[in-house]
Ligand binder design. Structure first.
Ligand SMILES: Nc1ncnc2c1ncn2[C@@H]1O[C@H](COP(=O)(O)OP(=O)(O)OP(=O)(O)O)[C@@H](O)[C@H]1O
Ligand SMILES: [Mg+2]
Length: 244
């Protein structure tokens, strides 16, 4: 989408430790409205922890996370979802015993809050159509293939009308055709539904082609951020990857 200039999410000096492990080390970064931002970094760099502190799954030890200017760090997960942040998990987390349509209904009921009139909200039917899940809408989710479960996970986030969607390794385990399908769906949501994305992805080819901007994280801190071209040429980024 068009390069945005408004900051939607501002993360400032966020620190998160687990016992002696520093998962996020005074991490600072911003996500611009309307853009697709890629988040890359080696295993254990702190990417999933960052998603967890943004979405209230974990409370940071210190630091500030502001979404449209509003501080999130004292809010609970459902309140953060009501503010307009949706996410998926590294392992898909649909309610396995419910059908696809029921999963979307539950997500809608509990995820929208009092933001019913949000511009980005789509009907459940529109979302089912977008993900080509028409024929699977009455299937129990645990019977779906991995790619379909991943689509349901994104769809569950989408029916809450998020302004910002966080995707944690949504392409992992998919074959090249499925990856292309997922990428084009993400682009459609970005351009037509107006959602901003922050995407964790290990496949540098994918992240390079999908991202307007890339943030790199290493040992809990931002290494660098900027255009895909600029970030991929950065010596510190190359070292962190070759060092892996
Ligand atoms: N709940 C937890 N308890 C203890 N340590 C944790 C916990 N969650 C994460 N960590 C540690 O924090 C660090 C960052 O982990 P995190 O899962 O955020 O990395 P990641 O960048 O998502 O890695 P990957 O690419 O492998 O998914 C790692 O050292 C990890 O072992
Ligand atoms: Mg992770």
């Amino acid at each position: 989408m068009v390069m945005g200039t408004t900051t939607l999410l501002r993360i400032e000096e966020v620190h998160k430790t687990f016992g002696g492990i520093v998962a996020l080390d005074q991490f600072t970064a911003t996500v611009n409205e309307d853009e697709i931002t890629g988040l890359i970094g080696p295993n254990g760099a702190g990417k999933t922890t960052l998603f967890n502190v943004i979405t209230g799954v974990l409370t940071p030890d210190s630091g500030s996370i502001r979404f449209e200017g509003k501080e999130l760090t004292s809010l609970k997960s459902h309140q953060i979802c009501h503010e307009g942040i949706g996410r998926t998990f590294q392992t898909p987390k649909p309610v396995r015993s419910l059908t696809v349509r029921e999963n979307l209904q539950v997500a809608r009921k509990y995820g929208v809050g009092d933001n019913e009139k949000r511009e980005t909200i789509q009907s459940i039917n529109e979302v089912i159509e977008l993900f080509s899940l028409e024929e699977k809408q009455d299937t129990i989710t645990k019977e779906l293939q991995l790619v379909e479960q991943k689509f349901v996970d994104v769809a569950r986030a989408l029916v809450t009308g998020p302004k910002l969607i966080l995707l944690d390794e949504i392409m992992a385990g998919l074959n090249p055709t499925e990856k292309q399908e997922m990428m084009s769906t993400i682009k459609t949501i970005n351009t037509e539904f107006g959602s901003t994305f922050l995407i964790i992805e290990h496949d540098l080819g994918i992240i390079r082609s999908i991202s307007d901007r890339i943030i790199t994280i290493h040992e809990g801190s931002e290494l660098t951020s900027g255009s895909p071209e600029k970030v991929m040429e950065n010596d510190k980024v190359r070292e962190a990857y070759i060092g892996k």
